[in-house]
Design a binder for this molecule. Structure first.
Ligand SMILES: [Zn+2]
Length: 213
């Protein structure tokens, strides 16, 4: 079976989508290495716990399905385009409610908390286009490039997070969602959220580089 490990990861982590996004609206993918030419992606239109590794679709970066018993997510063009960026090993897409509330307002997430540096100094919002289209994929890639971010909101749609591996992409999806919630709750309380300066964010980035075991 091709991409056996990547497909196993899709099966293992798909259930985490259920906690992040309503219904079956999310999808995730894992690339064959950080520069591979194919990826394993969640199948379309089935519950997250109803498939095994052999069902998981394998799609080339050209968008063509190569293997797997089930059809891939309708957001294949988005995943394929984002994999043109270097060092992206996994992608998570959700309609998680707090991030999507910001996306509906067509507002980006500013640096209101130091944890934002997990995905950049801000989370931009990509211009709306119909789901599943190449145009939407291009808008998302452009927004992430311009903001030098690994995540982007999508106008009137949701959130996309990329990372070197799937565990990190899911972890950062949770970070962005909780920051979007903090931001909107602060505003809902009638308070004005303050933002960190570029210098303060640079210091956090240095601290993050030396953090860990
Ligand atoms: Zn979507």
């Amino acid at each position: 079976m091709i991409l056996a490990e990547e497909r196993r990861q899709v099966v293992e982590y798909a259930s985490e989508l259920a906690d992040l996004t309503p219904g079956r609206t999310g999808n995730l993918s894992v690339r064959d290495g950080r520069d591979g030419d194919a990826f394993a992606i969640t199948p379309t239109g089935v519950p997250y716990d109803s498939f095994d590794a052999s069902d998981v679709p394998v799609v080339g970066v050209d968008g063509e399905q190569r293997d797997g018993a089930m059809k891939p997510s309708s957001e294949v063009p988005m995943h394929a385009s984002i994999y043109e960026r270097e060092d992206v090993g996994a992608i998570v897409h959700t309609h998680s409610p707090w991030s999507t509330a910001l996306a509906v307002a067509r507002e980006e997430l500013p640096p209101i908390h130091y944890m934002i540096v997990a995905v950049g100094k801000r989370v931009p919002v990509a211009e709306y286009a119909p789901y599943g289209t190449d145009e939407l994929a291009a808008n998302i890639v452009q927004a992430m490039d311009e903001a030098d971010a690994t995540a982007s909101l999508i106008e009137n749609h949701g959130l996309v997070v990329t990372a070197a591996d799937l565990e990190t992409a899911l972890e950062n999806t949770v970070h962005v969602e909780s920051l979007a919630r903090l931001y909107l709750q602060t505003r809902a309380a009638g308070l004005e959220p303050a933002t960190l300066s570029d210098e303060q964010l640079e210091t956090v980035l240095e601290q993050f580089e030396s953090y860990g075991q």
